[in-house]
Design a protein around this ligand. Structure first.
Ligand code: LLP
Length: 416
């Protein structure tokens, strides 16, 4: 990651020293590189050169307003999964006409809100949802644009919690039921069928499941169109992985060169395309700075206790995920092997296990690859205010979210 690198003896994000940001703003502190996000986006843009394609950032990966603003200004639409995310898109100046709405459990109120602002498409995940959406749209005198999320039943070979395109999970409509669901959608008065959609999982590092899923989806496009229902766009979801620990996912442009070759070979190359990348646009563009509070040697384990915890960085606790942890100002010498843990009162509150580090209390560490699914999944567990966030642009560091105070965490509560 060229935008997050050591220069001299100091880790920088672009032109800004992380030790200085930690001193000025305190820790835990998320720091993002604008250039890294735009360069990740550029790989998709290169991949789609000469095609009709809309990149809809899956904002659940990091939904901070300034990040949404950056992607909106770069021409992106958004993949949302709640009315709350739609409100964020609008607050950040995003174009509702480039919004697609995914998720298995949209409420009537959310459907109404999305129809009123005129989103591009609802990615519908069940026949029951088709009926409700049609009803809501008829009530507003509108036709809801819909795409069906189909389940290609391929194994993305990722963590079971983040694989979504297999039979037996809650997402999507089974391949064999899809034609019937399309016929049902086409018969409903409040709907207009516009597309097909799939999303097979997340942190996918191999192209094979994507290529297999594309074949399955194109088989369905052919069947549905043969039944007289035109499919205007093909949405291929998100899921492309990033390098956390020596992972070698394909680049977005290389992956899409393979996928587009398949589309071209089957005569679908000039269709409107959509993608919903999240992690691959932001994951490696962010770090979380944290201070070493205490070193606690032990008989079986040494602990390095830091001021960031599972409420700030939930991925290790939830998925046993690996994030690299490095000092922002390395010391010279050998290190000691530590479990790096937070202050939260749970044994599951670890950020890294068996890490060789040469540190002292007061040192600042950077947890890498923390741009995706960290701040957006942060909680207030143990009444810990959520961290502050900085967006770096060259030598400028913009504070894009203030640190949450204890008062903020209970501001909506009242005594009886
Ligand atoms: N589209 C849909 C319908 C999705 O469900 C998701 C992610 C995406 C797009 C974006 O996927 P991405 O490009 O980011 O892989 N919290 C987990 C990841 C959950 C992903 C949920 N869906 C983690 O931290 O690994």
């Amino acid at each position: 990651q060229p935008h997050i690198a050591y220069s001299g003896d100091q880790l920088h994000v672009e032109g800004v020293r992380l030790s200085e940001l930690a001193r000025e703003h305190g820790t835990p502190l998320f720091v993002y590189s604008k250039a890294a996000m735009l360069s990740a986006l550029a790989a998709y843009q290169r991949g789609f050169a000469g095609r009709q394609a809309q990149i809809c950032y899956a904002m659940k990966a990091n939904s901070s307003l300034a990040i949404l603003q950056l992607f909106a200004e770069a021409g992106c639409g958004f993949d949302i999964v709640s009315g709350g995310e739609l409100a964020r898109v609008l607050a950040a100046g995003g174009d509702p006409a480039k919004v697609i709405f995914s998720g298995v459990g949209k409420t009537r109120a959310e459907m109404k809100q999305a129809l009123q602002v005129g989103i591009a498409c609802f990615n519908v995940e069940s026949e029951a949802e088709l009926d409700v959406l049609s009803d809501v749209a008829v009530g507003l005198g509108k036709k809801a644009p819909v795409s069906l999320r189909v389940n290609p039943n391929v194994d993305p070979k990722t963590h079971p919690y983040i694989s979504t395109g297999l039979k037996g999970n809650k997402f999507g409509i089974a391949h064999e039921d899809a034609l019937r669901a399309y016929q049902h959608a086409a018969s409903l008065p409040g709907l207009k069928v516009v597309g097909i959609d799939c999303h097979i999982g997340s942190q996918i590092t191999d192209s094979t499941p994507y290529l297999d899923a594309m074949d399955r989806v194109l088989d369905l496009v052919a069947d549905v169109e043969a039944a007289g229902i035109p499919i205007h766009h093909i949405d291929f979801g998100g899921g492309l992985g990033i390098n956390y620990n020596g992972d070698t996912p394909p680049e977005a442009d290389a992956l899409w060169a393979q996928l587009l070759a398949k589309l071209d070979a089957r005569g679908y190359g000039q269709r409107q395309l959509m993608v919903e990348p999240g992690r691959s646009l932001v994951g490696n563009a962010g770090v979380c700075l944290t201070e070493v509070l205490y070193l606690k040697p032990g008989e079986q384990k040494n602990f390095c206790i830091i001021d960031a915890a599972m409420n700030d960085l939930p991925r290790p606790a939830m998925y046993q995920a690996f994030h690299q942890i490095v000092p922002v100002q390395p010391r010279s010498g050998d290190g000691v092997v530590y479990d790096v843990v937070g202050p939260v009162c749970e044994s599951g509150d670890w950020i890294g296990r068996d890490r060789q580090l040469l540190v002292q209390a007061g040192d600042v560490l950077a947890v890498l690859s923390a741009g995706a699914y960290c701040m957006s999944m942060a909680s207030n567990y143990n009444t810990r205010g959520r961290a502050a966030e900085i967006l770096v642009d060259g030598t400028k560091a913009h504070l894009i979210r203030q640190r949450e105070s204890a008062f903020d965490t209970f501001a909506l509560e009242q005594l009886v």
